[in-house]
Write a protein that binds this ligand. Structure first.
Ligand code: BES
Ligand code: MN
Ligand code: ZN
Length: 496
């Protein structure tokens, strides 16, 4: 269960679980020193060989005359080197070590040794501790019928001089972590539950936050001639949907920023069927769309001063008697024709129409699409960076910077006319696969053919949205990658 996070400037409590910091020289803060009057604490730290290294924790026996249940020392390492992501990770670490405790107090202060006063921790760092603890506590356990009610609700109180400023930041930022968790929930949800229709229904919920949401059904998409998307949807009994989510927090005439997500609720590969091993992971093939939904939640919840559009295109890629075949030629909404040589390269077909529609309807300042698009991006970058493909250097640099700040990192890959040629087709304007090599790049080239001159970036999140290594702030299969990244991009560059 999620902990309740509180901020207070109050003095150290006498009961419950207490967390104090030590730095890389094993110096304690004022709270730690107050508890160390007899020197027993320092002695215990020494005896345990604890060095105050970053994120290391040490459980200390509470003195017999104390009402505390538990005391934990958490190492900060070299305090000068702590970045935003360090504070998030610390929050996650703390949450992990106190998960079973009901009342937890964290003494948020920088160590400075006995006698001296502890320098205080800024509101932003304090906020990040709370955010890290919250994100770390996320679990996908709604289908566990036995385990759910066991854990008691936890209150995690951050004691800091900057408490009231931190609380203010928290009230503004809570929606961002909610957006991350919404994205995780959507990705973790199995495909029998999260069909395109169900996904659209969940997108509708964003109305509660003040978004305008419109859902296009099959008929509406037919009328718009989205035949590339509809060709993918043909193989499934679950009809496709496209949700268009708008947040209007900017000036009324201001052009919007736009985000487009691949929402393949399950990808069997279609007639170009995938092998059985690991196919279950393809329930996460809507990770791009989940990030867009989470981002729209974040922007609306924190009332971002920006006009933003989120388009999520939901289809299920299945092999059916009516499924499209390798060799079929479809006409995309743009009028360009596509020879479908592999029905498993379906994400680009879906995005082709979604991007075209977005550009035409909204004339956005830029478009960023997110997609679990290629297995090849895992070969190139593993799980540490999303692939970034763009026709615009400025947007790329903004994304890279936001990536470093949020630790949702991106790495730019090339797009050039030589690569573009690889998807020319004998029988149509283009084919939906390139050759054996550069699979992520030819996918990017394909998308670029549907964005015109609009500044655009494509994030291939196949390696980062799901099944990526667990971190201190993510203990779930689905990471929610992209929500914090794009929220930061908007906050730093596009809000009035
Ligand atoms: N959804 C997959 C890509 C994917 C692979 C996402 C692994 C997450 C983890 C995509 O639709 C796909 O099947 N791509 C093919 C493209 C190929 C047929 C050109 C791939 O990567 O093999
Ligand atoms: Mn596929
Ligand atoms: Zn796919």
């Amino acid at each position: 269960m999620m902990p309740t996070i509180k901020f207070t400037a109050a003095a150290m409590p006498a009961k419950g679980t207490l967390v104090v910091f030590a730095d890389g020289d094993n110096k304690l803060g004022a709270a730690g020193n107050a508890l160390d009057k007899s020197g027993a604490l320092t002695k215990a730290i020494k005896a345990a060989g604890f060095k105050g290294g970053f994120g290391k924790t040490l459980d200390i026996l509470t003195p017999r005359d104390s009402d505390l249940d538990r005391m934990i020392v958490v190492g900060l390492g070299d305090v000068k080197k702590l970045t935003e992501f360090h504070w998030l990770r610390l929050g996650g670490r703390i949450r992990a070590s106190v998960a079973g405790n009901v009342k937890v107090a964290v003494m948020v202060e920088l160590p400075q040794g006995e006698g001296k006063k502890s320098p205080s921790v800024g509101a932003k760092n304090c906020l990040d501790l709370g955010v890290g603890a919250r994100l770390a506590s996320y679990r996908f356990d709604r289908y566990k019928t036995k385990k759910r009610s066991r854990s008691k609700p936890q209150t995690l109180t951050l004691h800091a001089k900057s408490a009231s400023a931190a609380k203010k930041l928290w009230d503004g930022q809570e929606g961002v972590s909610d957006g991350v968790m919404l994205a995780r929930d959507l990705v973790n949800e199995p495909a029998n539950i999260l069909t395109p229709k169900d996904f659209a229904k969940r997108a509708m919920q964003l109305k509660k936050l003040g978004c305008a949401v419109e859902v296009l059904d099959e008929k509406a998409m037919k009328a718009l001639k989205m035949e590339a998307l509809l060709g993918v949807a043909r193989g499934s009994r679950n009809p496709p949907r496209m949700a268009i989510i708008q947040w209007k927090g900017g000036a009324s005439k201001e052009r919007p920023v736009a985000f487009v997500g691949k929402g393949v609720t399950f990808d069997t590969g279609g007639i170009s069927l995938k092998p059985a091993g690991g196919m279950e992971d393809m329930k996460g093939d809507m990770g791009g769309a989940a990030a867009v939904a989470g981002l729209m939640h974040a922007l609306a919840a924190r009332k971002a001063k920006v006009n933003a559009v989120g388009i999520i295109a939901m289809v299920e890629n299945m092999p059916d008697g009516d499924a499209q075949r390798p060799g079929d030629i479809v006409k995309s909404m743009s009028g360009q024709t596509i020879e479908v040589l592999n029905t498993d390269a379906e994400g680009r077909l879906v995005l082709a129409d979604a991007l075209w529609h977005c550009n035409k309807k909204f004339k956005p300042k830029f478009m960023i699409n997110l997609a679990t698009l290629t297995g090849a991006i895992l070969v190139a970058l593993g799980n540490q960076h999303a692939g970034l493909f763009s026709n615009n250097d400025e947007l790329s640099e903004q994304l890279s910077a936001a990536g470093l700040d949020t630790n949702e990192k991106v790495w730019r890959m090339p797009l050039t006319p030589e690569y573009d040629k690889l998807i020319d087709s004998k029988n149509a304007d283009m084919k939906n696969i390139g050759g054996r090599y550069a699979g992520s790049i030819t996918a990017g080239q394909f998308l670029q053919r549907f964005v015109g001159k609009t500044p655009w970036a494509h994030l291939d999140v196949a390696g980062t949205a799901m099944a990526s290594p667990q971190t201190e702030i993510n203990k779930s299969w689905a990471s929610g990658f992209g929500v914090r990244l794009l929220d930061r991009l908007v906050a730093d560059n596009y809000e009035s």
